[in-house]
Structures are given as structure tokens and as C-alpha cells.
Design a protein around this ligand. Structure first.
Ligand SMILES: Cc1cc2nc3c(=O)[nH]c(=O)nc-3n(C[C@H](O)[C@H](O)[C@H](O)COP(=O)(O)OP(=O)(O)OC[C@H]3O[C@@H](n4cnc5c(N)ncnc54)[C@H](O)[C@@H]3O)c2cc1C
Length: 271
């Protein structure tokens, strides 16, 4: 693949915090396919693309003739057809993210014309509560779900639990707080795991997600008590959080959803 084969361009980049950015990408002269909120696509850059400063040197160097491709959840609404938005964290030793972090508006990249994935609200029966749990950039598919569907959900309750090390790493915080104010059926629970590092004392919840969702605490913060009979739970991000939550949820009678074996817990593992 030649660099001239790049088929998309960066329209906007917002740096949320050091090593965390929101990237809006526009296809160059082709239309995005229809997709469902929660699905993912693939971004790519050539091995020759520049790595951002303050990232680790690459050993061995990437093959200059190859396109480095990685999957990214779409954060924008599925009714938005002009751009796709991504929420990306920098892996300093990684192959693609140090290159993505050297991009700015107007820079070209490769965007897969296919959007795929089963991590959608398709399996949630009408009227069931939806609990969306994420660490870090795992909030991305939920932003797409909320931006697409929140105004259509009238009978059930929806809650987002978002864990990050610091308050400044809580991407989309302002938008989620606005959704909470505008939608009485929606709860937003941001959780900071390293509150001692905050320069302004953090008044919200602290610690790990599973500690905050154990026992009576859950009903108070979510606005409902998650029960397998009327709640579907989505888990996205850090594999340790996913394992911890799966254990807690299975003790409460929840089962992981799989093809041919319906359950109430849906997973998207980033690594
Ligand atoms: C379905 C799917 C959706 C994804 N969506 C997103 C997304 O929306 N945003 C996003 O930032 N990443 C997302 N990822 C992860 C992404 O595909 C890459 O793995 C990641 O960006 C690292 O790429 P890299 O080439 O820089 O690192 P690589 O050279 O591929 O190194 C991979 C290593 O980086 C670490 N790593 C990977 N992802 C993360 C992460 N998010 N946080 C911390 N460490 C990580 C792990 O240790 C992993 O083994 C998704 C992955 C999958 C499978």
C-alpha cells in the first residue's frame, strides 16, 4: 500500500489529557457504511509514519512497506454520517498509537470501509435497564449508544459507570453530566482510582469499579438495583476490570452472553 492510498483525513483532534485524545475522521470521497452504535472499525498508518515525541523507540523498526492497523470503537452517533469519532489512549511502546498521536487536522490516514462488532444494544429486550461500565477509552462505544439512543429510551433506566485514574482522564465528563441533567432516567457515575493525586479534592466516588457496585451502594448511585431479570450489563476496557465485574455479576446470577447461549452480560475486551 502506498501512502497515496490513505482514504480519510483528520478533521479535528481534541487532547483530553496527556496521552488521551478524541479524533474525528472524515472519509475522503466515499460514504461511511451504515453501522450500529457500539460497533468498531479499523484505523491504519504506514510504518513510515512519524512517531509522536516522548514515545518509546521502536525495536525492531516497523516495516515501512506495511500498513499498521488496529481496531477502534466508534464514539460518534450512528446517525452521524459526515465523520466518525474515536477516543484513543497512547500506548507509548505501541506500534500504531504513537503514530496516531502525531496526527493533526488535515493529516491523512487509512479508515476501514467496514464497521463490525456484536457489542450493541440489539440483545437488550424493550424495557430492560442498561448498565454501561467502562474504564478509560472503553467509554467510546457507550458514547455512540447514548448519542444515538438515549432520547428513545422511555421505560427503562440507563446508567454509565466510568473509571479512570484521575478526574482529568474522564473523557466526555461534561457531555455525560449534561445528559444526566437533561434525562431523569439516566445516571452517570464517574470513579477516580487515584484521588490522592488530584490537585483539587475529588468529591465523587473513588477506588475500583467493582468495589463501588457491591451491595446497597449500587441502587443509590445507579438509580436501580441491577438484577438479571430486568438488566443488561455491558463491560468495556481494561481486562482486569472485566474479570472483576464478571465475578461479581456471576455471584448475583448474571450470565455472560454468547452466541446460542443468551445472557445479560456483554463484553468488549480491548486487549
Ligand atoms: C474491538 C476493539 C476496540 C477497540 N477500541 C479502542 C478504542 O476505542 N480506543 C483505544 O484507545 N483502544 C481501542 N482498542 C485497542 C486498540 O485496537 C489497540 O490495541 C491500541 O490502540 C494499542 O495499539 P498500538 O499499536 O499502539 O499497541 P500495540 O503495539 O498493538 O500493543 C498492544 C498492547 O498495548 C496495550 N493496550 C492496548 N490497548 C490499550 C488501551 N486502550 N489502554 C492501555 N493499554 C492498551 C496492551 O498491553 C496490549 O497488549 C480496541 C481494541 C479492540 C479489539
Amino acid at each position: 500500500m502506498a501512502i497515496t492510498d490513505y482514504n480519510a483525513v483528520v478533521a479535528q483532534r481534541v487532547d483530553v489529557a496527556s496521552g488521551l485524545m478524541i479524533l474525528r475522521v472524515v472519509p475522503s470521497g466515499w460514504a461511511l457504511p451504515p453501522f450500529k452504535a457500539g460497533q468498531y472499525t479499523v484505523l491504519g498508518l504506514m510504518g513510515t509514519a512519524r512517531r509522536a515525541p516522548f514515545t518509546d523507540p521502536e525495536e525492531p523498526p516497523a516495516d515501512p512497506a506495511k500498513l499498521i492497523r488496529r481496531a477502534y470503537s466508534i464514539a460518534s452517533s450512528s446517525v452521524e454520517d459526515e465523520y466518525v469519532e474515536f477516543y484513543v489512549t497512547l500506548v507509548r511502546s505501541g506500534a500504531l498509537t504513537p503514530r496516531l498521536f502525531s496526527l493533526g487536522p488535515g493529516d491523512a490516514l487509512w479508515l476501514s470501509p467496514k464497521v463490525v462488532g456484536m457489542f450493541t444494544l440489539d440483545q437488550v429486550p424493550e424495557g430492560h435497564n442498561i448498565l454501561l461500565i467502562a474504564t478509560g477509552t472503553g467509554i467510546a462505544p457507550y458514547m455512540s449508544m447514548l448519542r444515538t439512543h438515549l432520547s428513545e429510551i422511555h421505560q427503562a433506566r440507563v446508567a454509565v459507570v466510568h473509571g479512570a485514574r484521575h478526574s482529568w482522564d474522564l473523557g466526555y465528563h461534561a457531555e455525560l453530566q449534561t445528559m444526566r441533567r437533561l434525562c431523569p432516567r439516566f445516571a452517570y457515575v464517574p470513579i477516580v482510582s487515584d484521588p490522592e493525586e488530584e490537585s483539587v479534592p475529588w468529591k465523587g466516588r473513588t477506588g475500583f469499579i467493582h468495589e463501588n457496585l457491591n451491595g446497597g451502594d449500587a441502587r443509590e448511585s445507579l438509580g436501580f438495583r441491577p438484577d438479571p431479570s430486568d438488566t443488561h450489563v455491558f463491560l468495556c476496557g481494561n481486562p482486569l476490570m472485566i474479570e472483576g465485574m464478571l465475578k461479581l455479576l456471576s455471584e448475583q446470577g448474571f450470565a455472560e452472553h454468547a452466541k446460542g447461549r443468551p445472557g445479560q452480560v456483554h463484553l468488549e475486551k480491548y486487549w
